[in-house]
Design a protein around this ligand. Structure first.
Ligand code: NI
Length: 177
């Protein structure tokens, strides 16, 4: 296990479509997930996608539990999600502030579907099938986007709603992402 370097926006490796995993419960997959967890926890992230550490596979992790970067966010169970499929359950969208470990120090207002179903597998190949809403749905969409080479600034509708975290939220204890 070790902390890995997180690629930052501008790196072409963040813009690729990642590949399906297909093989589960392998030493390589477990090692990848250990590194992803270490890296995410070291940086107080709520989620991380394998492409962010330069591994071009459709693997994401996320977890929200008293995260100092998102103190008001509802909790989201620790999840490993591989080869995910997302199905919006209505056309309703909601705008919310997002940050990203690949875009350190910035926040942007991003529209996301409010209700969705996501399916995929965990690291052992067990099926995951959840219907979620709100912040949980937002986190899944953000991480899923990384698998298709999409970074959240690409989804901001009005670039006036994009800036440095400490300028946008001077009173909040916002850490560098
Ligand atoms: Ni991100």
């Amino acid at each position: 296990m070790s902390t890995r370097e997180v690629l930052r926006m501008g790196d072409a490796r963040l813009l690729r479509r990642a590949e399906e995993v297909r093989l589960f419960d392998t030493p390589e997959l477990h090692a990848l997930l250990a590194d992803m967890r270490d890296t995410m926890h070291a940086l107080d992230g709520v989620g991380l996608a394998a492409p962010q550490i330069g591994v071009n596979l459709r693997v994401i992790i996320f977890e929200v539990a008293g995260n100092p970067r998102y103190p008001d966010a509802e909790s989201v169970p620790q999840t490993v999600l591989i080869d995910p499929v997302i199905t919006p359950l209505s056309d309703a969208m909601d705008e919310g502030w997002e940050g990203c470990l690949s875009v350190p120090g910035m926040r942007g207002l991003v529209p996301r579907y409010t209700h969705l179903r996501y399916q995929g597998r965990d690291e052992y190949g067990a099926i995951i099938d959840r219907t979620v809403s709100g912040f949980h749905a937002r986190v899944v969409q953000h991480e899923f986007d990384h698998l298709d080479g999409i970074l959240y600034p690409m989804r901001i509708r009005n670039m006036k709603d994009f800036g440095f975290s400490d300028v946008l939220f001077p009173d909040a204890e916002v850490r560098d992402e």
